[in-house]
Design a protein around this ligand. Structure first.
Ligand code: GLN
Length: 534
């Protein structure tokens, strides 16, 4: 019988509820249980694909082509699994499905309402995912903060599931903030209030996780326990740490796994976290400093690039390298071309993915500098496309070359709409999405990285390298080292496979895991470390 763990948040957002949920997943998985994790996003968008990364953080892409909330990325990294797009449920999807049923007449004349119809749809979807994954434990993170209007149907579904599945098959975790005043005093009142809010809608939490700048002392723990009706050993202290990968270890040390499994009437097996602990140890003790420029246009919100940052962490932990990231906003380069000179101090650079014209010329200027100076460079998706534009302009001599995304009237569209995209009109879910085969050319840098003839990486794009320009690009020193099944360029490099100048149409960061870093990021970090003068 499946057990359900619900994670809610209180006080405010941004407390790392996704990481906590992922950590709980890792703990029960490491104790030998099969587990899947669901993220519920109460907004009305059907998926995250149509949302700006600037407002909402990165759009994470699953193998099956879902454009999901970035928390799915945390779950995949912590649990070392590939999840489906179905693991991200939104209000948009639920209402869409209810309205379609109503149009098909499936409600047989009933008045269709939030309760019971919308709430039943939510419970049904959670149970379907549990069944399809054959999971012992399903962890459901309800996005947002208790008290948000749009989250209510989901919280009601969580409440009803305890009624239907029983106390021993459901467990509620509530995560809140314990702020510290300038006087140094740690306050538990905001969490007490959010627990009251949760109880008002009928949920009595089983465990509390308090996030704070430091550990709860015994007095604070007891106060929270008393006011929340939870035994003191059900109140957990989780300070903001140097690395969030430490959270599972910290929760386990406080007895979280034991408490959870006992409450769920499961064998309280000890989780085996030895490999995870080794990774955390390596991550925390990285010593060789290198400097990497991160060139993009959403650099003010680091969450826009979270999977890339984590892929760098994974690779650098095992290579004993400590990257210092120098963020460069490409629109600033356009306003102040002198900024390019800052690149002379870096050991390597990443040209970040993106969409649209703003900031693109700044990226192209940076690429020119990096290529001419033989700086190790990794271009991802849009970054790779702009590497091609730069080469067309400055190596081939096609001065007005561009991507037709940026200039629809360019005389030299070296990057052009993929053929299957030409008749696409709707925006949601219509890009070239998900895991696709890449055929690697032997003897190239890509070959050295992957060591395989065929690999799969995840994609999210509409535009591709225009096949008409491949020959002339190849005579200028650019080499196509990976192809898609329909023979479009997937990977490009430059001059010599002994350098590291690599652009990928795919996003290798989405498949990087702490215990199995992406080979692309691994080689990039290793190359930089071996060639850095520091
Ligand atoms: N804008 C480009 C395209 O649609 C690249 C997208 C990306 O970087 N993810 O092809």
């Amino acid at each position: 019988m499946t057990k359900y763990v619900f994670v809610t948040g209180g006080v405010l957002s941004g407390l790392g509820k996704g990481i906590i949920t992922a950590s709980i997943g890792l703990l029960v998985k490491s104790a030998g249980y099969t587990v899947t994790v669901i993220k519920i996003d109460p907004y009305l968008n059907v998926d995250a694909g149509t949302m700006s990364p600037y407002a909402h953080g990165e759009v994470f892409v699953t193998d099956d082509g879902g454009e999901t909330d970035m928390d799915i990325g945390h779950y995949e990294r912590f649990l070392h699994v590939n999840l489906s797009k179905r693991n991200n449920i939104t209000s948009g999807q639920i209402y869409y499905s209810v309205i379609m049923k109503e149009r098909r007449g499936e409600y047989l004349g009933q008045c269709v309402q939030i309760i019971p119809h919308v709430v039943s749809e939510i419970k049904q979807e959670i149970r379907n995912i549990a069944k399809e994954n054959n999971s012992d434990i399903v962890i459901v993170e309800i996005g947002g903060t208790v008290g948000d209007i749009e989250g209510l149907p989901f919280q009601e579904a969580a409440r009803q599931m305890r009624f239907e599945e029983g106390v021993k098959s459901t467990f509620y975790v509530h995560v809140g903030l314990a702020p510290i005043l300038p006087s140094g005093e740690l306050k538990t009142k905001p969490i007490q209030h959010s627990v009251q809010e949760l109880r008002r809608i009928g949920i009595q939490p089983d465990a509390l996780i308090a996030r704070s700048m430091r550990h709860l002392d015994e007095e604070a723990r007891h106060k929270l326990a008393l006011h929340s009706n939870i035994p003191p050993h059900g109140v957990f202290s989780c300070p903001f740490l140097e690395t969030s990968y430490e959270i599972p270890l910290m929760l386990n040390d406080q007895g979280f796994t034991k408490y959870l499994l006992e409450k769920l009437d499961l064998d309280a097996r000890q989780p085996d976290l030895s490999e995870w602990a080794l990774f955390v140890e390596k991550l925390k003790n990285r010593s060789k400093p290198v400097r990497i420029a991160m060139i993009g246009k959403y650099t003010k919100l680091r969450d826009s690039y979270v999977s890339i940052i984590e892929a760098l962490n994974h690779a650098s932990a095992w290579n004993n390298v400590k990257p210092e990231l120098t963020w460069m906003e490409s629109t600033d380069i356009e306003k102040n071309p002198g900024l390019i000179n800052e690149l002379s101090n870096v050991d390597g650079a990443i040209i970040l993915p993106g969409f649209g014209r703003r900031g693109a010329e700044g990226k192209i200027e940076a690429i020119k500098y990096l290529r001419e100076e033989d700086k190790p460079t990794l271009g991802i998706c849009f970054g790779m496309q702009l590497m091609v534009v730069e080469a067309a302009r400055n190596l081939v001599g096609l001065k007005d070359a561009n991507s037709s995304e940026l200039d629809p009237n360019t005389p030299h569209p070296v990057i052009t709409l993929a053929p299957e995209q030409v008749n696409v009109r709707e925006m949601g879910g219509t890009l070239r999405l998900g895991a696709k085969k890449i055929i690697i050319v032997p003897g190239t840098l890509a070959w050295r990285i992957y060591g395989a003839r065929e690999v799969y990486e995840r994609h999210r794009h509409r535009y591709v390298v225009n096949p008409k320009y491949v020959d002339v690009l190849e005579t200028s020193g650019i080499k196509i080292s990976g192809y898609s099944e329909d023979e479009h360029a997937e990977i490009i490099e430059y001059k010599s496979s002994e350098l590291f100048y690599l652009g990928l149409q795919a996003h290798p960061e989405f498949k990087s895991r702490p215990l199995k870093p992406s080979p692309v990021f691994h080689e990039f970090i290793k190359f930089i470390s071996e060639n850095s003068p520091r």
